[in-house]
Structure formats: C-alpha cells, structure tokens
Design a protein around this ligand. Structure first.
Ligand code: GLV
Ligand code: MN
Ligand code: MN
Length: 427
C-alpha cells in the first residue's frame, strides 16, 4: 500500500492546479460583488465545462447524465467492483462565495491527480461528480441534481419555478442539455449497488472549526428538513386608525409566530440533537402595503431542520399547533402552502473512523461535528449508499461573498480523503 505521507505530498503538489481552478470559476461567475451561479444557468454550465476540460487534461473520462451532472472518472483495475464517488455541487446562491460546493469538486479532482502521481492504481472506478442544482434557493427544491441522478427526484419537482426567471425546472434543465422526460419517468443514471461510497468535501458553514482552530472536521450527520417556501398569513387590510380590538393584523400574527418558533428552538435544542428553524423571507406585498394600512397579508418561507427524524416529526406537529393558537387569538389564518421535506443523512461509521485513522497518520488535527447545512451526501445516504463527509474551517460564514477557505486546509482534507481511498482501493 502506498505510504500515506507520500500521497499527502502529492496532494500538496496540486496547490497550483486548485488555485487556478478556483480563479477560473470565479472569473466565470463573478457578479461584481460575489459569486452567482444559478441552478441550470449558463454560468453553472460554464463552470461544469471548465472542470470537464481540466479532467480531460488529467486523462479522466468525462460523461454527463440526463440531469446534466458531470462525471469525471479514472478507470479502476476491476470494472466489476462498485465505484467510489467524490463530489459536490457547482451552483451557488445569489451573491454567494466561490467555495460552497465547488471546493468538493476541486478537492475530488486533485485527489485523483495525486493518487495517480503517487502510483496508486485503484481496484475500482474513481469518479468525481460535479452536481447540478443543490442550492434550494433557486427552485425551493432540495438536491435536484443528485436525486435526479439516483432516480429519486419526485416528478412534480420539474414544475417548480426558478425564483428569478419564473420558468420551470423542466425548461431550465432542457436548456442546459438535460432530459426532463427521463427524470419524470424516474429513470436512474446511478445504481446504488454499483457505488461503494460517496465522499463529499465542503467548507464548514458555521464557526466551530475556526473558533477552535481545527483545520478539518469529520461530519457526523446531515440534517433533514421540512420546508414551506410560501406560507401565507391572512388577516384583514384596515385603516391605520382602526381600534386595536377590531384589527386582524397579519404582520403581528406572523411576527408572533416567528418569535414563538425561536422560543421553541431554544427550548428544544439539545447537545447532539441540534436543530434550526429559519424564516428566510418575510414580508408584506410592496404593491399593497402602506404607511396608513393595517397589514392584511404576510408571506414568509419556513425551514425547520434536525439530524433526528423523530424530532423533525414532533417539531412539525408543534409548529402547526403554534400557528393554530396564534390564528385563533388574532383572527387570522395560516396557510402553509406546498411542503417539501428530506430525511436526515446519517454518515457511515466505518468511513468516519477511516478518515480519523488517516488524519492521525498525517498529523492533521480534526474533530467530529454535525453539519448545520444540507448537502448532496444526504441524497446518497437516503439511497442506502455509505457516505462520508469532511469540512474545512471557514472564518466568514457562508452564502455570502466573504466565505473563506484556506488552501492548506483544503489540501489537508484532500489528503485525508485520498488516504482513505488508497487504503480501501489502492494497491
Ligand atoms: C442550504 O445550504 C441548506 O442547508 O439547506
Ligand atoms: Mn449552499
Ligand atoms: Mn453546499
């Protein structure tokens, strides 16, 4: 078996390639302030093309599926052995950063380059997957590219409208070279029995690693969620002078709901059973609201998440109870509208342990931590595929232009990932 330290040196030798790839992606999707790569946009497609170009230069085989995901493969010695997939997404939120998602694809490519340089001949195919449309900010739907590849995206998702264009997923997908009909038919491009593991490398989107000055985190689980992209609270529009007892103020009802939700979160939060509740969009209609009107309608979005499926089910009941109680007291109605949800994504304990072994062998400090964010790896876990995830520390939060990643941390995390692959599939 190849010596882990020599493999890590080959990973470190990939620094320039990684820096150039991030620079290329930035130049292809810089919006003047941050990075904007909408799901199934021309900017996202350009970035897929740039990485495919680099993959071909590395001698990898490049293919695409009907959801327009990109696969970059080094063939293994035994074509019958299930493959190891390494991947993450290449879309970003509006005015986001250059690392959320993209770090996992660059990390995968340099891992494959380093394994090759170190003389590792894997016994199975190693495939880097550039995933489409992970950010639900665009279609209000989770894990579009990865679930479509696995044949697990519900057909109705194809009618979801992109928030900026108002056009549906099917038409955006077709424009990017995808085939929505095959997704609607539930066809699968990836067969879970042919995948030995899915590995994802990602920046941490919280402050833990940075605050403890630990370069790499080993992820213990990904939260599931239930979501309502368009909740409506309806009361009655009224005159600004209307007496208190006659008001049915939708804004106060919605605000009370927001604060009650926050209280619920603070009461229910437990170490090891983290959750989060977020109202990301909230407001009255600018075409109707005014200084001199009591607000008659408020729209907001709701995302509630937890790594424990039973907690999620319980929270859903409590959220509904909160709304019923406020509605009765304030004379308004809550319409939760369409609901989406995904289950939590558990990590494979053996992969977790394997990552830790490699980190110890390389002298890289790590800690275990739960993911606060959703990741494609959860879609693979839901399909029964063993999943492992690594985080790099990030000083500036995420979904903003300042999100941060140290190149040394990416190289450390990639060395752990490549070390695990060499241990499992190398010779
Ligand atoms: C998005 O990043 C999410 O965590 O759902
Ligand atoms: Mn994100
Ligand atoms: Mn991400």
């Amino acid at each position: 078996m190849v010596e882990t330290a020599r493999l890590a040196a080959c990973v470190r030798a990939e620094r320039d390639r990684a820096e150039t790839l991030f620079e290329t992606m930035r130049s292809l999707s810089f919006d003047g302030i941050g990075i904007t790569r909408p799901a199934y946009s021309a900017a996202e497609s350009r970035v897929h093309e740039a990485l495919a170009h680099e993959a071909r230069a590395l001698g990898l085989e490049v293919t695409r599926d009907f959801a327009a995901n990109t696969y970059m493969t080094r063939r293994g010695r035994d074509p019958l052995r299930p493959a190891i997939l390494i991947g993450s997404h290449l879309d970003s939120v509006r005015q986001g950063g250059n690392f959320d998602g993209a770090a996992g694809v660059v990390g995968g490519l340099i891992a494959l380059a380093a394994l090759d340089a170190a003389g590792v001949r894997p016994d199975c195919d190693l495939t880097v997957m550039g995933v489409r449309a992970e950010e639900s900010a665009w279609f209000n739907v989770s894990y579009i590219g990865s679930r479509a590849a696995l044949g697990r995206l519900p057909a109705e998702a194809l009618t979801a409208r992109r928030v900026d264009t108002g056009r549906d997923l099917a038409s955006h997908l077709a424009e990017a070279g995808g085939e929505p009909g095959r997704i609607a038919a539930g066809e699968a491009f990836l067969d879970p029995t042919r995948i030995r593991a899915f590995l994802e490398l990602h920046i941490e989107q919280g402050p833990l690693l940075e605050s403890e000055q630990i370069p790499v985190g080993i992820v213990t689980g990904i939260p599931g969620n239930f979501r309502h992209p368009d909740v409506r609270v309806r009361g009655e529009w009224g005159h600004v002078g209307l007496l208190r007892d006659w008001r049915r103020d939708a804004l106060l009802a919605a605000s009370e709901f927001a604060l009650a939700l926050d209280r619920l979160w603070s009461e229910r939060q437990r170490p090891g059973r983290e959750m989060a509740a977020t109202i990301g969009r909230f407001g009255t209609d600018p075409a109707l609201h005014a200084l001199t009107k009591v607000p008659g309608e408020v729209a907001f979005s709701l995302d509630v998440r937890s790594c424990v499926a039973d907690d999620l089910a319980e929270l859903e009941g409590e959220v509904a109870r909160l709304a019923r109680d406020i509605a009765a007291r304030r004379g308004v109605t809550f319409e939760f509208g369409p609901r989406t949800g995904v289950p939590p994504g558990p990590m494979d304990p053996e992969i977790l342990g394997g990552f830790e072994r490699c980190a110890v062998a390389l002298g890289i400090r790590t800690r275990r931590l739960g993911s606060p964010a959703s990741h494609d790896a959860a879609a693979f876990a839901a399909a029964g595929i063993p999943v492992g995830m690594l985080f790099t520390r990030n000083a500036n939060g995420s979904h903003n232009p300042a999100e941060a990643m140290r190149m040394d941390d990416l190289l450390d995390a990639t060395a752990i990932l490549a070390g695990w692959i060499a241990e499992q599939a190398g010779r």
